[in-house]
Design a protein around this ligand. Structure first.
Ligand SMILES: Cc1cc2nc3c(=O)[nH]c(=O)nc-3n(C[C@H](O)[C@H](O)[C@H](O)COP(=O)(O)O)c2cc1C
Length: 448
C-alpha cells in the first residue's frame, strides 16, 4: 500500500503571503483577508479537498532590511499589513468539522503563561484541531516592537526556546490531572484542589510559579510544528516537533534533510515516524501541461521584484539593495534565518527577484494533474517526506484547482484519503490517540 500524501495549505493573515505582488492578479481575492467570510470560505474549500490543515504563518515585525527601510515592503504589500493569526481560527473551526489549524506563535514575542492559555482555549473550542508552529523570529524590527534594540543572537534564541517549551509543557501536561474536574452539583465541588498543581519553573530564561488557568483540553499540548533549518534548528525540531516543514529546493536536498531529522529524532529517544515531514511547494495545475505552463507564466507576470527582494533581505538579514542585480550575495553572516542565508549565494539578486514571485521560493510543481501527482509521488518515495505545505499563487483559485484536479488524481492512485479519520488533529495524523506520545519530552511532566 502506498503511503497517503498529507496536505497543508500555507497562508498568512495578509495579502499574497509568499507570492510577492500576486494580489494584483485580477482573480486574486487575498485582499479580502480582513473579512470573516473570506476565511470561512477558504476553510470550507480546503475541507472539501480533505486538506489536513491550514497552516498560518506569522511575523511580528516589518521587512525593513532592504535599503534599510520598510518602504519597499509597504509598497508591495509584502506581509504588511498583517493581522493576527489566532483570531481567525474559531470562525474557521465553526465552519468546518475536520480541518486542523497550525498557528505560528513566536517565542520572543509571546509571554509563555498567557500564550499557553490562548492555545488551550483554542484547543477546547476546536475540539483538538490546533497545532503550534514554534518559531524563534528573524527580524530586528520585531524585537524593536517589544522594546529591544535588536533580536537575540541566533543560537541563543533556540536555547531560550528550549526553556520556553519546558515551561509550557509543564502548564499543559502537568498542572491539571485528567480527573481534576468532577463538576459535582450535589457536593458543590467543581474541581478537586489536590489534583490541580502549581507549576514551579526556574529556568535560565523564564521563571514561573502558577497554576495553568485552563482545564485539560482534548490534546493538552497542541500538535507541535517547527521549521528550523540550521544545525540548532534541526536539533530542536528532532526533539520537539511532531510536524516539520522543510524548505528544500530539490528531492536530493530534501532527502538529506529528512534523513538527518529522522536520525536525530531517534538519537533523542523518539521513533523516526514520530516526525511528519512536509516539503514547501507551490502547485500550479491545469488540464494540460501546456496550459499549466501558460498559467505559471501569467502568474509570474504579476510578481513585484521589489517585494521579493524585501522578503529575501528580511529572511536573510542581508540588504540586497547593496548588490548589483547580476551579483551574488555570498559568504555572509547575519542573525536571521540561517537556512535562507545559506541558499542566498546560489542565485543572482535578479534571479531571486524573479524566482520568489510565485510561491516565495517554494519548489514549484506544475503541469497537468497526472504530471503534478507523478512529481508529488516521486517526492514522497525518494525524499521520504510525508506531505506538502502548499504556498498559494492566486487565492482561492490555487487551492480550488488543487481540490478539483489534484485531489481526484491522488485518490485514483490510492495516494490520498477519501474521507477524514475521526478525532483530534493528533489522532488523525498519527492514529495513536489525542495526547502526545510517551517518548516525547513533554510526557515527562504529566501528573496523576
Ligand atoms: C515553510 C516555513 C515556514 C516558516 N514560517 C515562519 C513563520 O511563519 N514565522 C516565522 O517567524 N518564521 C517562519 N519560518 C522560519 C522558521 O520557523 C525558523 O524560525 C527559521 O527557519 C530559523 O531557523 P533556522 O535559522 O534554524 O533556519 C518558516 C520556515 C519555513 C521553512
Amino acid at each position: 500500500m502506498p503511503r497517503e500524501i498529507l496536505l497543508n495549505a500555507f497562508n498568512m493573515n495578509c495579502v499574497a503571503h509568499q507570492s510577492s505582488g500576486l494580489w494584483r492578479h485580477p482573480r486574486d481575492q487575498s485582499r479580502e483577508y480582513t473579512s470573516l467570510k473570506h476565511w470561512q470560505d477558504l476553510a470550507q474549500t480546503l475541507e472539501r479537498g480533505l486538506f489536513d490543515g491550514l497552516f498560518l504563518a506569522d511575523v511580528s515585525g516589518v521587512y525593513d532590511v532592504y535599503d534599510g527601510s520598510p518602504e519597499a515592503a509597504i509598497r508591495a504589500g509584502m506581509q504588511i499589513p498583517t493581522n493576527d493569526p489566532f483570531s481567525i481560527v474559531p470562525v474557521m473551526a465553526a465552519s468546518t468539522e475536520h480541518l486542523a489549524f497550525g498557528i505560528t506563535g513566536s517565542i520572543p514575542y509571546e509571554p509563555p503563561y498567557a500564550f499557553a492559555r490562548r492555545m488551550s482555549t483554542l484547543d477546547h473550542l476546536t475540539v483538538g484541531r490546533v497545532a503550534w508552529n514554534v518559531v524563534t523570529g528573524y527580524l530586528d524590527s520585531a524585537a524593536k516592537g517589544v522594546g529591544k534594540l535588536q533580536q537575540t543572537e541566533h543560537d541563543t534564541r533556540y536555547d531560550i526556546a528550549a526553556d520556553y517549551m519546558e515551561l509550557v509543557y509543564k502548564l499543559w501536561e502537568g498542572s491539571w490531572e485528567d480527573d481534576a474536574v468532577i463538576y459535582d452539583r450535589i457536593s458543590g465541588v467543581f474541581a478537586e484542589p489536590d489534583k490541580v498543581h502549581e507549576i514551579v519553573h526556574e529556568g535560565k530564561y523564564f521563571n514561573l510559579r502558577a497554576i495553568h488557568l485552563c482545564e485539560p483540553s482534548v490534546q493538552r499540548t497542541p500538535v507541535i510544528f517547527q521549521a528550523g533549518g540550521s544545525v540548532k534548528g534541526q536539533a530542536f525540531a528532532a526533539r520537539h516537533a511532531e510536524c516539520v516543514f522543510i524548505g528544500a529546493g530539490n528531492i536530493a536536498a530534501a532527502k538529506k534533510t529528512v534523513k538527518s531529522l529522522r536520525e536525530q529524532a531517534v538519537a533523542a529517544g523518539r521513533q523516526k515516524d514520530d516526525l511528519k515531514i512536509f516539503a514547501l511547494t507551490c502547485i500550479v495545475v491545469d488540464e494540460t501541461d501546456l496550459n499549466a505552463k501558460k498559467k505559471l507564466e501569467e502568474y509570474t507576470s504579476y510578481g513585484l521584484s521589489e517585494g521579493s527582494l524585501a522578503l529575501m533581505s528580511g529572511w536573510t538579514g542581508i540588504d540586497l539593495s547593496k548588490f548589483g542585480l547580476d551579483e551574488r550575495a555570498e559568504n555572509l553572516s547575519s542573525q536571521a534565518l540561517q537556512s535562507a542565508l545559506k541558499s542566498l549565494g546560489s542565485r543572482t539578486v535578479r534571479d531571486w527577484a524573479d524566482f520568489l514571485a510565485v510561491g516565495g521560493g517554494a519548489t514549484i510543481i506544475s503541469g497537468s494533474p497526472i504530471t503534478v501527482v507523478d512529481q508529488m509521488a516521486q517526492w514522497l518515495e525518494e525524499a521520504d517526506i510525508d506531505g506538502f505545505n502548499v504556498a498559494y499563487t492566486v487565492l482561492p483559485e490555487c487551492f480550488e484547482n488543487i481540490v478539483e484536479m489534484v485531489v481526484p488524481e491522488m485518490q485514483a492512485r490510492g495516494l490520498y484519503k477519501t474521507e477524514y479519520a475521526e478525532g483530534s488533529m493528533r489522532q488523525k495524523l498519527f492514529g495513536r490517540g489525542d495526547r502526545l506520545n510517551a517518548d516525547h519530552p513533554a510526557a515527562a511532566f504529566r501528573r496523576g
